[in-house]
Every structure is written in C-alpha cells, then in structure tokens.
Design a binder for this molecule. Sequence first.
Ligand SMILES: NC(=O)c1ccc[n+]([C@@H]2O[C@H](COP(=O)([O-])OP(=O)(O)OC[C@H]3O[C@@H](n4cnc5c(N)ncnc54)[C@H](O)[C@@H]3O)[C@@H](O)[C@H]2O)c1
Length: 255
Amino acid sequence: MTSLQGKIALVTGAASGIGRATAIALAQRGARVVLSDLDERKAQETIAMMVGEPPLFIRCDVSSEADVTQMFDQIRERFGQLDIACNIAGVGGRKGGPMFAPIAEAETADFDFILAVNVRGPWLCMREEMKMMTAQKSGAIVNLSSVLGKAGMAGSAPYAASKHAIIGLTKSVALEGADCGVRVNAVCPGAIATPLVDALVGEEGEARKGLTAAHPIGRLGTAEEVAQAIVWLCSDESTFVTGSELVIDGAYLAQ
Ligand SMILES: NC(=O)c1ccc[n+]([C@@H]2O[C@H](COP(=O)([O-])OP(=O)(O)OC[C@H]3O[C@@H](n4cnc5c(N)ncnc54)[C@H](O)[C@@H]3O)[C@@H](O)[C@H]2O)c1
C-alpha cells in the first residue's frame, strides 16, 4: 500500500461508524486528517484512536451552507491544500422519527431532513472541494452511496432516493474533474454494523437477523472493510478509477 504522507484529508461524519474507521485508516497511511462532524465528543474519541500528526476537528453540520463555508475557510487558512475528501456524514432518518415508513404514511419533514443531510450536504461539500482541487489540479473525492443507491427498499424511499442522488452527483462531478486531475468515486456498502444500522434494526433480534440473512455472505460488513476500499480510492493505487460506484455488499446486489 502506498503512503499518503503529506496529503491533507477531510472526513465528514468522522465521529462514528464508517467515517471514524476511514479517519483512522487514512491516518495510519500517513495522511493529515481533518475530522468533521456534528458530535464533537465522539469525534474526540476518534482522535484518541488515531496515530500520526495531530488531526484537526471542525464542527460542521453538512446541511448548513454557512457551516460548510466556514469549514473550508478554516482548511484553506490552515493547510492551503486539500488532497482527499471523504463525504461520509449521513443519516437513516430523523431522531425519534420512523426509520421505515410506506410513502402513504410518510412525513414531509422526514423526507426534507434526509435529503438535506444526505444530498445537499455532499453537494455543498463537493462544491468547495472542487474549487480547491481543480485549482491545485489534483485530488480524490469519495462519496457514500449505498446498495440503496442502486436498488429500492420498501419503506425507505427518501433514503434510497438520497443514495441514488449520490450516484448522479458523483458521476457528474467526476466528468467535471476528469481533465483536471480530480477523481470522484462513490462506494455502495450493504448493511454495515454501525450505530446507524443499530438504530434501524436494533442490536439483536428478528429484524437484525433478517437484514443479515439478506447478505449471502452471512454477516453484516464492518466499518473497517468499507474504510479500506475508501482509502484505496483515495490513493495512487486507483489512478484510472473515477466516476465509479464500488459495491461492497457481501453479494447483496448479486441476487
Ligand atoms: N451503516 C450502513 O449499513 C451503511 C450502508 C450504506 C451506506 N451508509 C452510509 O454511510 C455513511 C456513514 O454511515 P454510518 O453507518 O457510519 O453512520 P453513523 O451513524 O455511525 O455515523 C454517521 C455520522 O454522521 C454524523 N452526522 C449526521 N448528520 C450530520 C450532519 N448534518 N452534519 C455532520 N455530520 C453529521 C453523525 O454525527 C455520525 O457521527 C452514511 O452516509 C450512510 O448513509 C451506511
């Protein structure tokens, strides 16, 4: 595996799950990591698990244009460059709101919240990332889609719509970056054992067993397994890979 020494990497959603594992993995490869999240306390837990140069934490709600603008102002001021951006922050639903609801019973507020975080967030971040990366003529961006970016699921229309949108954003921005040294890819994980999935189906019980059984490999994925793929997409080992959707799903979509 090649080193990421000297690279500045931004990870949104770095306080938990896939974002946490990605921040840790990027630091292990030598990158200087900027962690961003809503949850500073849990982000500090991530920092305590990291090796290498001291990471920087920036609190940012990715759905807020003002927050995203100030985050990139800080990155420009502090480092003057951005080599890697992992747009991972995302939600399965509103806190206290239903995780699964047939559309006929769904609330507009749930739809708006999911789309704001999962689509507007990466769009706002990518706008700033592309300003920096096209100017420096290099960079790698990875967005978090899902198997629900490639297939539907009853009761999950807003989430599936948000993850399909990520594929469209990724492909379009990849075309914009292709001739100026910027690669843009998406990963499409199946169910990964993180707090987001715990909130959806519980930590044990029938719903979790059903979700596990839907993956032919016979288990859920780990955040580290997704992080390794993200790090590869950010590295010089994948220099011809852009505009792609990398499925990491224990054969969920192969059925
Ligand atoms: N876990 C899975 O099975 C799975 C599968 C496919 C895709 N994904 C996607 O992977 C990404 C990470 O999911 P995870 O499972 O690690 O979830 P998680 O809940 O463990 O972590 C998500 C992180 O995002 C942060 N966050 C939420 N809203 C935010 C906002 N508005 N601004 C900034 N940060 C915010 C949370 O504080 C949290 O730290 C999400 O985009 C999710 O949709 C997850």
